[in-house]
Design a protein around this ligand. Structure first.
Ligand code: NDP
Length: 419
């Protein structure tokens, strides 16, 4: 029995119950994919701040899959609100696809109520544009003692990028020396400027000083908006050459720690000139500021006001065309010989929209979250404590990616990357 006299639930359930928190672009995909998988997800509840958004997803899921889901309003900044909801729903697992600001309150609520936890982005304090795993890694002992499992960063990147690495480590390379994660969105949404996931979180991420891991230390380089930023043109499969910028991304932190002997890990993301120009102007005029500004006697946080003006990423899908290509180039040795492999997925915006009513960025995040949840619910992934997914068996995940809409390809890499 747990601290609140609620029995701690363990996995291996059929027709399990899942509680999904966050009815944004990613939440919509997770709900649809869970609904497509009734053997594992027997009962689905979607809860978010705005009930009407949950109701819209419920309607769409009913139309597409014929399944009924439950919905609820919740303030995920409040542990007591969350515990009340969890006690009512009694899920086997909570999937957190709200915002990184809510990670710790939802983890606290899971501990109190005795439920396993999964998310797709690491904790970030609202008043500081900074993310790192230390806050969530500090929960390891608490989850372990409680006999519960928390899986962190189970989207695409972080998420599938970690699984590709674990798979290469298990099957393809005896030793991994270098990892380059390359994230390309070659799609077009038809708006002059929009972000593909929550604008506030996205802009905070891409305006930061860049870091990558090299020979045992973090090397800093200028942010993508700086003239001196590091970028190069990479020839992506299917979509061709795209300018790719060095960026700091959260999986670098866990992979640098968990992949023993790694010499270097970098993350690259494509940005169009149009995106960079818009963001530069917004930054220069102060619209990306995260501190409060007094405007006519009221405090306004510019980046939040900007979010209210920009297109809602959850609604970008209807006119989105083109593809995303995201994958890892991993180099090292196999049987004493040098080897370089590239594993990647290609996802089509319009096809994603047809299937679940969301663009490919939400799709490539939501599908892995459902897969991670399925592996936890069926007991294929078991453990007590807090885990990054490269610490878990990649094989069932790799198999499930092919089945659930994100097929991957593996090739010997013969291209060029910056030294
Ligand atoms: P959205 O902004 O579209 O959705 C977030 C949802 O969470 C909204 O519906 C919002 O409610 C809800 N929410 C926010 N605050 C609260 C709160 N206090 N209580 C209850 N609900 C709340 O974001 P996305 O769907 O684009 O992204 C979801 C998550 O996925 C983010 O954490 C993002 O960082 C992560 N992500 C991860 C990726 C990966 O590959 N690993 C890639 C892309 C995203 P409301 O509508 O009322 O504002």
């Amino acid at each position: 029995m747990g601290a609140d006299n609620i029995p701690v639930k363990f996995s291996v359930v059929s027709m399990g119950r899942v509680l999904i928190i966050g009815a944004g672009g990613v939440g919509r995909v997770v709900v649809h994919k869970c609904a497509q998988n009734p053997e594992v997800f027997g009962e689905i509840t979607l809860a978010s701040r705005t009930l009407s958004k949950c109701e819209q997803v419920k309607k769409d899921v009913r139309r597409r899959t014929g399944r009924e889901i439950k919905v609820a309003a919740v303030n995920a900044d409040s542990v007591s609100d969350l515990v009340r909801l969890i006690k009512k729903v009694t899920p086997d697992l909570v999937i957190n696809v709200a915002l990184p600001y809510q990670d710790l309150t939802i983890m606290d609520a899971c501990l109190k109520a005795g439920v396993n936890y999964l998310d797709t982005a690491n904790y970030e304090p609202p008043d500081k544009a900074h993310f790192e795993y230390s806050w969530q890694w500090a929960y390891r002992e608490k989850f372990r003692k409680r006999g519960l499992m928390a899986v962190l960063g189970c989207g695409f990147d972080p998420g599938v990028s970690n699984v590709f690495t674990a798979y290469a480590q298990k099957h393809l390379l005896d030793r991994i020396n270098y990892i380059d994660i390359l994230d390309c969105n070659a799609g077009s949404h038809g708006h002059p400027f929009a972000t593909n996931f929550n604008p506030e979180i996205n802009i905070r991420e891409v305006t930061q000083v860049v870091k990558h891991w090299s020979n045992g230390r973090w090397v800093k380089t200028p942010p993508i908006l700086d003239q001196r930023s590091v970028h190069f043109s990479f020839d992506y499969p299917v979509v061709g050459k795209k300018e790719s910028y060095l960026l700091y991304h959260e999986e670098l932190e866990s992979l640098a720690k968990n992949i023993k002997g790694l010499k270097r890990i970098r993350f690259w993301m494509t940005f169009s000139e149009n995106y960079i120009t818009h963001l530069k102007v917004l930054q220069n005029v102060g619209m990306t500021r995260i501190d409060g500004v007094n405007y006519e006697g009221k405090e306004v946080i510019p980046i939040r006001f900007l979010k209210a003006l920009l297109p809602d990423p959850a609604k970008l899908g209807s006119n989105y065309t083109g593809k995303t290509v995201i994958g890892n180039v991993m180099s090292g040795t196999k049987g004493g010989k040098s080897r370089s492999v590239y594993i990647y997925n290609v996802c089509d915006h319009a096809e994603s929209y047809r299937e679940v009513g969301a663009q490919a960025i939400s799709y490539t995040t939501g599908v892995p979250a459902m897969i991670g949840a399925m592996l936890m619910m069926t007991g294929a992934w078991k453990g007590k404590g807090v885990f990054n997914i490269e610490e878990l068996d990649p094989d069932p995940f790799m198999k499930a990616l092919n089945k659930w809409g994100l097929p991957w390809k593996q090739v010997e890499f013969r291209g060029k990357l910056p030294k």
